[in-house]
Design a protein around this ligand. Structure first.
Ligand code: WT7
Length: 660
C-alpha cells in the first residue's frame, strides 16, 4: 500500500472522456455544481424533490426532515412506501417486464437469467411463503446465504412483507451467527445446504445448526434451506424446511406491505472500535432514495447497461448495489457466485467478455491480487480478453493506491473508462464521496468530491473546520436520507459512536481520517482513526479479535494491530502472551496455527491473524496501558525511534520483533 505521502504527491488528472460527458446523467462540472447549489439553497426542498421524482410512494410524504430528536433523524416520516414494490412492481409497468434483471453465473459457470417479471413472481412466492410461516411486519429474519438469485429474492421478500432482514456474510462462524441471531431476535434463518466457491463447498446449514445449538436463539422458529447442491445435511423436524417446499403452491402475487418511510428495512452488523459488532439499522424510504440516486449519478446507469458489482450480499455494498439499487433503476446486473481466482485469475475478465459488462465495480484488494496474477501468468492477463464493452469502472471498500488505479485504468478500462473511487460505509447507506463519471476530473487515489447534498468536511479534535491541505477527521455536517438511524438495541452507543458530544452531538463522525487537496479541495481518505482494521476491504475491530484470542484458555493477554499489506491493504498482526511459558521454534509455530484456527472458529476465517508473535508480556506504560503505537512499529518491522521513557518493560520489545 502506498502511504499518505504518495497520495499527497499525486498530481495526474484524468478528465472524463468527451463522449461520456455528452451522454452522462450529470454532464459536466456545472451540472454537478448546480445540484450542490440547489442543496445548499434549500436542503429539505432538494431532498423532497428527489424523493418525489425518484420513488413511488403509496402515500406521499408531507414532512421532509424531522430533527427534533437529533441525532435520531427522521426522513419523509409520514410517507408510506414499499421498497420491493419500487424494485419490482414498478418495472412491470414501465416496459422492463421482459428485460433481464439478473444474469446469475454459478461458481462452475452455469448461467441463469431472470426477467423482472420472473423475479417479481419469485419474490411474491417467497414473500407468501414467509407469511405462511407467520413471519410478519417488524419481525427480523436472518439471511445466511450464498450469492444467488434466491439470496436477493430473500431480501426482497422480507422487504415486501415489512420484515427486517439481517444478512450475515457466509464467511462468518457459527459463533458470530449466533450472536447476530440473538441480538436481532430473529424469528427465522434463511440459508442453503452449502455455499460453493472456488470449487469448494462450505457447509452453511451445518454452521446454522451449530449456531442455534449454542443456545440463546429461542426466538427462531424456522430454518429455511435453499438446496444449492443437494449435500448431506442434518434435519431438525418441525424447525427446518426446504425452501422449495415453502415456495410450492404459493400465489404469484403478494400485495406489498406499505410501511412508514422510517420502517427498518434491514440491520447489518459491522465492526466498531469497541465491543461486539453493531447492528446498523437502516430505514426504507431514505435508504432507497439514495440507492436510486447513486445508481444514476455515480454509475450513470442507462437502460442498456450490463452492470456488475462483485461484492457479496453479506456486506453493505451487496445490499445497496446488488439487492436494491440496480433493481430500483430497472438495470440488468450480473450476480456471481464464485471467486475471482477460480478456475483461474482471469475469471472476472472472462465474465466481462462473455456477458459484455459495461459497468464493473470491485474492490482494490481484488484489483491488486489480479495484477499480481496477471504479471505471473500471461495467459490470464486482461489483454487476452475483449473488454471493449466496459464504459465505467468503480472501486470500493478501501483506499486505492495510485499504482493499482493506473493499472485498472489502463489494462481494464483501456484509458477510456472513468473510474469512480467511491468512499462510503455501512452506516452511510450509499456513496458519499466519489467522482461523477461524466463530470469530475479524476486523480488516482482520491475519492474527489462529495456527492450533491452530502456535507462532508474535515475538522480538528474539537469539531472545527480545517483549511484545505490539512489532514483531520472526516465528518458529515448535516443528516442525509440514507444515513444509519440507530444501532439496533443500543441507541446510546449510536450517539456515542457517531455523534459524540465533543463534536457538538450533531455532526456525523465517519471514523476515518482524510485530507483535502489545497487547490482542488479533493478528498483523500487516510484510513480509520479508530481501532478498526480494513483487511481486503473487510472491516474488523481489533478488540473483537483480541476478545476472540483471550477467549482461548491458553491465552493470557493479546493485542492486535494492523500492518500495511501490499495486497490486502492491511493485515492482522497479533501479539500474544500465553498462560504458560513463551513458546519458541516449532512449538510457537504450532500454537500460532492453533490460535489462527481458533479465531476462524470464533469470528470467521477473514479475522485470522496473518502474523502472531509471542512475548512474556506486552509493552505497557507504568499504569498498565498497552502501548499499541509501539506494537504498530514492531509489526511493520521498523526500529523503534519513539520516546519509550514511559514504558515499564522496554526489554520486551526485542522479544516481539520475531513473528511465527
Ligand atoms: C470503511 C467502511 C463502502 C462499502 C464497503 C465497506 C473504508 C470504504 C473507501 C474508499 C478509502 C474507503 C473506510 C470506511 N473505505 N471505501 N473508496 N476509499 N477508504 O464498508 O465495511 O462499512 O467499511 O471502509 O475506512 O470507513 P464498511
Amino acid at each position: 500500500m502506498a502511504d499518505i505521502e504518495t497520495f499527497k504527491q499525486e498530481n495526474r488528472v484524468f478528465a472524463p472522456p468527451a463522449d461520456f460527458v455528452k451522454n452522462a446523467t450529470i454532464s459536466g462540472m456545472p451540472a454537478y455544481e448546480a445540484l450542490c447549489a440547489e442543496a445548499e439553497r434549500d436542503y429539505e426542498g432538494f431532498w423532497a424533490r428527489l424523493a418525489r421524482e425518484n420513488l413511488q410512494w403509496q402515500k406521499p410524504f408531507t414532512k421532509v426532515l424531522n430533527e427534533t430528536d437529533a441525532p435520531f433523524y427522521k426522513w419523509f416520516e409520514d410517507g408510506k412506501i414499499n421498497v420491493s414494490y419500487n424494485c419490482l412492481d414498478v418495472n412491470l409497468s414501465n416496459g422492463n417486464a421482459d428485460k433481464t434483471a439478473v444474469v446469475f453465473e454459478s461458481d462452475d459457470a452455469k448461467v441463469t437469467r431472470v426477467t423482472y417479471r420472473e423475479l417479481h413472481r419469485r419474490v411474491c412466492h417467497f414473500a407468501n411463503g414467509l407469511k405462511s410461516l407467520g413471519v410478519k411486519k417488524g419481525d427480523r429474519v436472518v439471511i445466511y446465504m450464498p450469492m444467488s438469485i434466491e439470496g436477493v429474492a430473500a431480501m426482497q421478500a422480507c422487504a415486501r412483507i415489512g420484515a427486517t432482514h439481517s444478512v450475515v456474510f457466509g464467511g462468518f462462524s457459527a459463533k458470530s451467527l449466533q450472536e447476530r441471531v440473538i441480538d436481532a431476535g430473529a424469528v427465522a434463518v434463511i440459508t442453503a445446504d452449502v455455499q460453493v466457491r472456488g470449487g469448494k463447498q462450505l457447509p452453511l446449514k451445518s454452521i446454522v445448526d451449530d449456531a442455534l445449538a449454542m443456545g440463546g436463539c429461542d426466538t427462531i422458529r424456522n430454518v429455511i434451506v435453499y438446496k444449492r447442491a443437494g449435500a448431506d445435511i442434518n434435519w431438525v423436524e418441525g424447525r427446518d424446511l426446504w425452501l422449495h417446499d415453502v415456495l410450492a403452491n404459493q400465489a404469484d402475487e403478494c400485495e406489498p406491505e406499505w410501511v412508514d418511510a422510517e420502517h427498518p428495512l434491514f440491520i447489518l452488523y459491522t465492526s466498531g472500535s469497541t465491543g461486539k459488532p453493531k447492528g446498523v439499522q437502516h430505514a426504507s424510504g431514505g435508504y432507497l432514495l439514495w440507492a436510486v440516486l447513486t445508481m444514476k449519478w455515480t454509475f450513470d446507469i442507462k437502460p442498456n447497461d450490463v452492470y456488475w458489482c462483485t461484492a457479496d450480499i453479506g456486506w453493505i455494498t451487496g445490499h445497496t448495489y446488488i439487492a436494491y439499487g440496480p433493481l430500483a433503476v430497472g438495470a440488468t446486473q450480473i450476480v456471481f457466485e464464485g471467486v475471482p481466482t477460480y478456475p483461474n485469475a482471469g475469471r472476472f475478465w472472462d465474465m466481462v467478455q462473455r456477458h459484455k459488462a459495461t459497468i464493473f465495480y470491485t474492490a482494490p484488494t481484488a484489483i491488486r491480487s489480479l495484477i499480481k496474477a496477471a504479471e505471473a501468468d500471461e495467459k490470464i492477463h486482461p489483454k487476452q480478453y475483449d473488454l471493449s464493452s466496459l464504459r465505467l469502472l468503480g472501486s470500493v471498500g478501501e483506499p486505492i493506491n495510485p499504482e493499482a488505479w493506473m493499472w485498472y485504468y489502463k489494462n481494464i478500462g483501456h484509458e477510456k473508462c472513468p473510474i469512480v473511487d467511491t468512499f462510503w460505509q455501512t452506516e452511510t447507506g450509499g456513496h458519499m464521496i466519489s467522482p461523477l463519471p461524466g463530470a469530475t476530473p479524476q486523480v488516482p487515489g482520491s475519492c474527489t468530491l462529495p456527492l450533491p447534498g452530502i456535507t462532508a468536511a474535515i475538522v480538528d479534535e474539537t469539531g472545527h473546520d480545517l483549511p484545505n491541505g490539512n489532514g483531520g477527521i472526516l465528518v458529515v455536517k448535516r443528516p442525509w436520507p440514507a444515513m444509519i438511524r440507530t444501532i439496533w438495541n443500543d441507541p446510546e452507543r449510536f450517539k456515542k459512536a457517531y455523534f459524540p458530544e465533543e463534536f457538538g452531538g450533531k455532526i456525523y463522525l465517519a471514523g476515518d481520517g482524510a485530507i483535502r487537496n489545497k487547490d482542488t479541495g479533493y478528498f483523500t481518505i487516510t484510513g480509520r482513526i479508530d481501532d478498526v482494521l480494513n483487511v481486503s476491504g473487510h472491516r474488523m475491530g481489533t478488540m473483537e479479535i483480541e476478545s476472540a484470542l483471550v477467549a482461548n484458555p491458553i491465552v493470557a493477554e493479546a493485542a492486535v494491530v494492523g500492518k500495511p499489506d501490499e495486497t490486502t491493504g492491511e493485515s492482522i498482526c497479533a501479539f500474544v502472551v500465553l498462560k504458560r511459558a513463551r513458546p519458541t521454534g516449532d512449538e510457537a509455530k504450532q500454537i500460532a496455527k492453533e490460535l489462527r484456527d481458533w479465531v476462524a472458529k470464533e469470528i470467521g476465517p477473514i479475522a485470522k491473524p496473518k502474523e502472531i508473535r509471542f512475548g512474556d508480556n506486552l509493552p505497557k506504560t507504568r499504569s498498565g496501558k498497552i502501548m499499541r503505537r509501539l506494537l504498530r512499529v514492531l509489526a511493520k518491522g521498523e526500529d523503534i525511534t519513539q520516546d519509550i521513557s514511559t514504558l515499564e518493560n522496554p526489554a520486551i520489545l526485542d522479544q516481539l520483533k520475531e513473528s511465527q
